[in-house]
Structures are given as structure tokens and as C-alpha cells.
Design a binder for this molecule. Sequence first.
Ligand code: ADP
Length: 327
Amino acid sequence: MATNIQCIGVLTSGGDAPGMNAAIRAVTRTAIANGIIVKGIYRGYRGLITNEITSLETQSVSNIIQRGGTILKTARCDEFRTPEGRRQAHDVIVEHGIEALVVIGGDGSLHGARDFAQEHNFPIIGLPGTIDNDLSGTDLTIGYDTALNTIMECVDKIRDTASSHERLFFVEVMGRDAGFLALNGALATGSEAAIIPEISLEKDQLAEMIEQGFRKSKNSSIVLVAESEVTGGAMGVAERVKKEYPQFDVRVSILGHLQRGGSPSAQDRILATRMGEAAIEALLEGQRNVMVGLQNDELVLVPFAKAIKKDKPIDRHLLDVLRIVSR
Ligand code: ADP
């Protein structure tokens, strides 16, 4: 059922991801092309409560597609986790005449979007904006490809020093309880192993992989570790290995926030642009409370409940591939 929406709000929330700007641009320009007024909300849900809202015109989003971060800023907002906080946000939305929202963010942001939409019977379309790639119902999230490329560049550099000194490096990458960055980062860099929260690795398996790395002409080993309580992070793994295998010259590198920054890759810019356009089309078709996802290169609409289910499967076969090709 088509709807007649005259004014939308757009916000970025939670962890920033490269490509969020490209998404804001596509949402804004597609809405304007359809005669819809666009309001930009600063600092995610916090800006809804504190009333930090500005009009976005075509020129407001000029020259941002290539920039990392988000021009609308992002924040975490504990008040929005409560019904009272969400009621305050609703009052501000009504005051501005906003009739629908586009929320660009990760799992937490879409949780908040779902709760708000249900409580206030309010139309929201979500866009998956997170480097972690941990939302269900979409093969890719905005920012993941850029972060993966950043990891690849960093690990290539670490390999140079690791092999010169014949060292074993544990490199910690982001992912917030998901191993997509660690596993695919390991594949892209020829790392010897990936330690990810989804699949437990026995001590013997790790030792075997490390020794394989040293046996090769490269004379070094690199293991990518997903940050997570389950894996213990790179520090935790390194401590254990040092105790068990004192013969290895072990080093730790935590890539940290540089994984979030940088100019978005072509893939992320294109994904964000396609998804931003699709978000407005979905609203105009009367869709609500769904996330735009990508499945087999087709855009799809995924109910929030499914997107935030935390059940996105990791391809276990890739671990076998990693084992075989790193021999
Ligand atoms: P991300 O969207 O990157 O996963 P967060 O988990 O920090 O980032 O979530 C961003 C914001 O979304 C939080 O600061 C909060 O305002 C809101 N949020 C997160 N989880 C919930 C929840 N379970 N219920 C309501 N709001 C939530």
C-alpha cells in the first residue's frame, strides 16, 4: 500500500562505519527527488531526545560520499533504552513533523528502532551500518568491506616485520562477538589461523597451525583473533601460548579504532547508495519496521526481529580453506 510521507528524519547510531555518509547522501537525495523534506538528526538517538535536528538539502550532502565517519555524528544513548526516553524522542519527532525515520546503524540501533516503532506505531526503515557484518538477513553490511581492506593493509605490514624477526603475531581485530572480520581477514592476508567466537579452537589445533607457519619459508606466523570474551582477545591468547610454548617469540598487535576510519571502499559506497535509495522506495511503498538487506546481490527487506536475531551463520568451510592454503 503506497503512503504519502512528506517529511522524514535520518540518523546514524552506535558504532560508526565507513559508508554511512554515502547512505545519508542517498537517503537525502532520493527523498528530495520524491518531494519529501529531510531532517538530519545529530548524534543518533541522543539527538532525538536533545532536539539536535537540522534540515538537509541536496547541497548538505555534497562531497561526502568519499568521507569516512558520519557527518551527522553518532553516539550511544542509554535513555533511549527506556520507554520514557523513547517517549521523549517521540515528542520531539512530532514537534518537527517527522513522519518516518531511516536509522543507519548496527544491531543495537536496530533493537532501539524496533522498540520505538512498536511502542509509537511509527514507520522506520533500517540500514545495516556496522563494520562487524553481524546482522542477519544481509550478506554484507555497510562498512564491512572497508574495514576488511584496512585489516588487510595492516596485516600485510605486520607480515614484513614478523618474517624479518621470525615472530609469532597475534593480531586482534574488531567484530563484537562475530568472526567475519577475523576469518576473512585471515584469508585475505595468508594468515596461519583465525580465532573466532563462533567456533572453538583446541589448543593442539592452534599449535599445529603455528608450527606450520614456522615450517614454511616465511618463517613467521600470524594469527587473527576476533575481539570477544569468548576468544579472550589477542592478549589472552598470547598469554596462554607463551605459557605453553615458550619457544615462540610472541607479539601482540591490537588494530583498534583505525579499523573504523578511512575513505569507504567502492563496494561500501555502492552498497550504501543502493540501500539508501531502497529505504526511501520501501517507505513510499508503505513498508515499515524492516531493514534493507543484500542477499545474492539483490536488495531485500528483512523484519527487524530477524535482522537482530544474532544468528548469522559463519561459513565453517572457510576455516578448512584457511587451514589448507596456509600449509
Ligand atoms: P550498534 O548500533 O553499533 O550495535 P549500540 O549497541 O551501542 O551500537 O547501540 C546504539 C544505541 O541503540 C544505544 O546507545 C541505544 O540508544 C540503542 N539501543 C541499543 N540496544 C538497545 C535495546 N536493546 N533497546 C533499545 N535501544 C537500544
